[in-house]
Design a protein around this ligand. Structure first.
Ligand SMILES: Nc1ncnc2c1ncn2[C@@H]1O[C@H](COP(=O)(O)OP(=O)(O)OP(=O)(O)O)[C@@H](O)[C@H]1O
Length: 234
């Protein structure tokens, strides 16, 4: 459903991604692992056309979308949950989710938000709480819930586990897998947490200095421990 072929990405004069090719199939869950500064966020921004200049082919559902702006890609079914959570502190959790639902009345958006929150264990009892009163992990899950509210076919998650305790990371994995499965949503997950990425996905890419240096199943990844040693500093 998503296919990048030999893309090069620039911020002004800075050339960040080099000949990156990557695919996410219908309902597939895919991880991109990489160290700080490897190019993970830039990859997701390239897919959304958010602040980057991209050369090469970006296809979405078989169609070249290179000319589409970020809001058009979002309307076409791609949701990006960026690294910074962008929670509205003075709105309730439910309002934070409802605001992401475009094109329906407020009452429909609120009803849908309640349903989404009810299906996410980490947030199911927190709908009336202020966004600013959530823990870091809950806020991160709220950002994911907001991505889901847009009813995407593909959700792009940028390091959702950053700074979270292991038990929260486990809960988050369970919630993300169950929501993607239930709603048949494909996932492209950028991460440094290998455990979480492996739990949530079936296919993995490794990116280093803006280049894809590994592309395979988790079994193939496990057969090549030198990849993790060299590129992921573990
Ligand atoms: N707006 C920008 N202008 C110029 N260079 C940028 C910009 N944003 C990121 N970069 C550079 O692009 C490279 C890749 O950054 P990116 O944020 O994509 O990495 P990342 O893998 O997401 O890292 P992290 O895990 O630290 O978020 C880095 O060298 C970074 O300094």
């Amino acid at each position: 459903m998503l296919e990048l072929s030999n893309i090069d990405t620039f911020y002004g004069e800075s050339h960040i991604l080099h000949q990156v090719s990557l695919a996410v199939h219908d309902k597939q869950r895919v991880a991109v692992l990489g160290r700080n500064g490897a190019g993970k966020s830039t990859l997701l921004k390239s897919i959304m056309n958010a602040g980057t200049t991209v050369k090469g082919s970006v296809k979405w559902r078989g169609r070249d979308v290179s000319k589409l702006k970020a809001y058009q890609r979002a309307r076409d079914g791609i949701a990006l949950v960026p690294e910074d959570r962008r929670i509205y502190n003075h709105m309730t959790v439910q309002e934070n989710v409802a605001i992401a639902r475009q094109g329906v009345s407020r009452s429909v958006a609120m009803t849908e938000a309640r349903a989404i929150l009810g299906s996410i264990e980490m947030l199911s009892t927190l709908g009336e709480r202020m966004g600013g009163a959530l823990s870091g992990g809950q806020q991160q899950m709220l950002a994911v819930a907001r991505g889901l509210a847009a009813k995407p076919e593909l959700i792009l998650l940028d390091e959702p586990t950053e700074g979270l305790a292991p038990v929260i990371v486990e809960n988050m994995a369970a919630d993300i897998i169950s929501r993607c499965d239930a709603n048949q949503i494909a996932l492209l997950l950028c991460e440094q947490n290998i455990w979480f990425a492996r739990k949530c996905t079936s296919h993995v890419y490794v990116i280093d200095s803006g280049r894809i240096v590994f592309d395979g199943s988790w079994e193939q990844f496990a057969e090549k421990p030198e990849i993790a040693e060299r590129y992921l500093a573990v």
